[in-house]
Design a protein around this ligand. Structure first.
Ligand SMILES: *Cc1c(COP(=O)(O)O)cnc(C)c1O
Length: 388
């Protein structure tokens, strides 16, 4: 929507039940949070392992802050590249089985940086229809042809790849997909994507923002079971979700990472993240490697939730991850349900267009290993009460 008159623009948003307003959180992130001064049971964070307020992670950050301050002082290519950033890159690369890695200040910046470093006007980006907004924006910024294939439809992707090879064989082909779709909770067919990229001579960017730390053996992410690293594979993990800190890292071949150091503008023209955050992330990666018990609990919570909510008038979407959305449909109903839950101390915001397609507003239940089974009972009882 384009609007010159902001007042009427905001009024339109309000009339559509799509006006967004922020709530103020005090104290720590977790499943019991203070929102606007009131304690709420939250199903709304991406803190899947319950690490965001972990004392050992906070302590790791504090040690560095006290010893050497907070600010990084400069970008990575000037004097901002600290030994802790470097150690984190090597640790991350080893963890995901990649030759090299590069740290970015956020996942959004990483996606913009990678896509614009590799693609220009004459190239083509093949993107899943439901990819994260940062990948959509990255495509626009690159100027590349943006070919959006039907969600998880490998036949549609293959048709488009074959057509591109025939019509402009010299163009760079780049496939991008979320591995876990953030508003649906379903997963991409990673093995099929790898095979298509190889067959059609394409790069593949896998955005594992919601998989890293949660999925795969010891939380190594969506690539955990794949061996070897194809030259043109780029893997992205963010550190603000299950890792509980902030930032993101991209893994790839030595040459791909060297290219990004030279060409990714969101890496080059920004101040490095505070080194204390790299220390915090390193500590979190230690905890994640040992967190099989947290992941097992999360799985048990998922199974229990799906069982308790089956049969509600709002269907659970087809998800095997901690993102468990209830499909409501129209904005007004989703907002009303969310508000009624909030009055009862349950924080479960409505997700509306443009974040999701029109007519598919939903309540996005996000589970955390910090939830207890009785927290799910509270939610389930409230939802069944609203359904009656
Ligand atoms: C959250 C998210 C991002 C952005 O990561 P930030 O570090 O929060 O900027 C990118 N991709 C996906 C799929 C995400 O869910």
């Amino acid at each position: 929507m384009r609007c010159v008159d902001l007042e009427s623009g905001l009024a339109v948003l309000a009339a559509e039940a799509s006006l967004r307003q922020r709530r103020v959180l005090t104290g720590e992130q977790g499943v019991r949070v203070q929102i606007d001064g009131r304690e709420m049971l939250s199903f709304a964070s991406n803190d899947y392992l319950g690490l965001a307020a972990h004392p050992e992670i906070a302590a790791a950050a504090c040690v560095v802050a006290q010893a050497s301050g907070v600010g990084a002082g400069a970008s990575h290519l000037l004097t901002g590249h600290h030994a802790l950033h470097h150690a984190l890159e090597m640790r991350f690369a080893a963890m995901v089985g990649a030759p090299a890695a590069l740290l970015f200040s956020s996942g959004y910046m990483a996606n913009l940086g990678v896509v614009t470093a590799f693609l220009g006007r004459n190239d083509a980006l093949f993107a899943d229809k439901l990819n994260h907004a940062s990948l959509v924006d990255a495509a626009r910024l690159s100027g590349a042809k943006h070919l959006r294939y039907r969600h998880n439809d490998m036949a549609d992707l293959e048709r488009r790849l074959a057509a591109a090879v025939a019509s402009s064989p010299a163009a760079i082909r780049f496939i991008a997909s979320d591995t876990v779709f953030s508003m649906d909770g379903d997963t991409a067919p990673v093995a099929a994507l790898l095979a298509l990229a190889e067959h059609y001579d394409a790069w593949l960017l896998l955005d594992d923002a919601h998989g890293f730390g949660v999925l795969g053996e010891h939380g190594q992410g969506s690539l955990a079971s794949h061996r070897g690293w194809p030259e043109r594979l780029i893997y992205l993990a963010t550190f603000g979700k299950a890792v509980g800190v902030a930032g993101a890292a991209v893994a790839g071949s030595e040459n791909a990472i060297a290219w990004l150091v030279n060409r990714a503008r969101t890496y080059i023209y920004t101040t490095a993240q505070p080194p204390m955050l790299a220390a915090a992330t390193l500590k979190s990666l230690d905890l994640i490697a040992q967190a099989d018990d947290r992941r097992a609990h999360l799985c048990a919570l998922m199974a229990h939730l799906r069982q308790r909510l089956a049969g509600l008038p709002w269907p659970l979407m087809n998800s095997t991850t901690p993102i468990q959305p209830l499909l409501v449909g129209d904005n007004a109903t989703a907002v009303r349900l969310s508000q009624t839950l909030a009055e009862r101390g349950i924080w479960l915001p409505a997700i509306r267009p443009p974040t999701v397609p029109v007519g598919t507003a939903r309540l996005r239940i996000s589970l955390s290993a910090a939830h207890r089974f009785d927290d799910l009972e509270v939610l389930a009882d409230a939802l069944w009460g609203l359904a009656a």
